[in-house]
Design a protein around this ligand. Sequence first.
Ligand SMILES: [Ca+2]
Ligand SMILES: [Ca+2]
Ligand SMILES: [Ca+2]
Length: 161
Amino acid sequence: MKINAVAIAPIVLAAFLATVSASPTDAQAGVSGPVSFFKVLDLDGDGYIHVDELVKLNLSAKTIEELEKADKDKDKTISEEEFNEFVRSESGEALSDAIFEEYDKKDGEHVSYQDIRDRWNPDNEPERKKMLDQFASERDVDNDGKISREEHWLINYMPLL
Ligand SMILES: [Ca+2]
Ligand SMILES: [Ca+2]
Ligand SMILES: [Ca+2]
């Protein structure tokens, strides 16, 4: 499915920016945000996405294939810089789609916060659960309690992430 960024961007972007700028106290309270996809995929938090992390997250071959394209210097790891550059390129949409397909979506088009918490937390860590809740709520720009494909994709496009 192709998403027309120009058509949806002004509405979703405005809502997203309102969400982000509405919580200036989060930083002072020690909540580091926003939570990027990179943070979700970098399980051990060392600043690089390694193949063993992708295996642990049980990603599909399709998603791994899309992710490998981000490894520009071919050193078998994806740095945050490589990842960010890639998700904002033309190829970022295909990657976002592949990741979106990782979820078991009940209606085929939306994921719930619970889906996100379950999908990216292989060791069921409480800290990670919190991070994933934040990750989900940052993406739910229309506040309907679920993440649409458009919300899921557009966030990767944000220059501030
Ligand atoms: Ca890592
Ligand atoms: Ca690399
Ligand atoms: Ca939503």
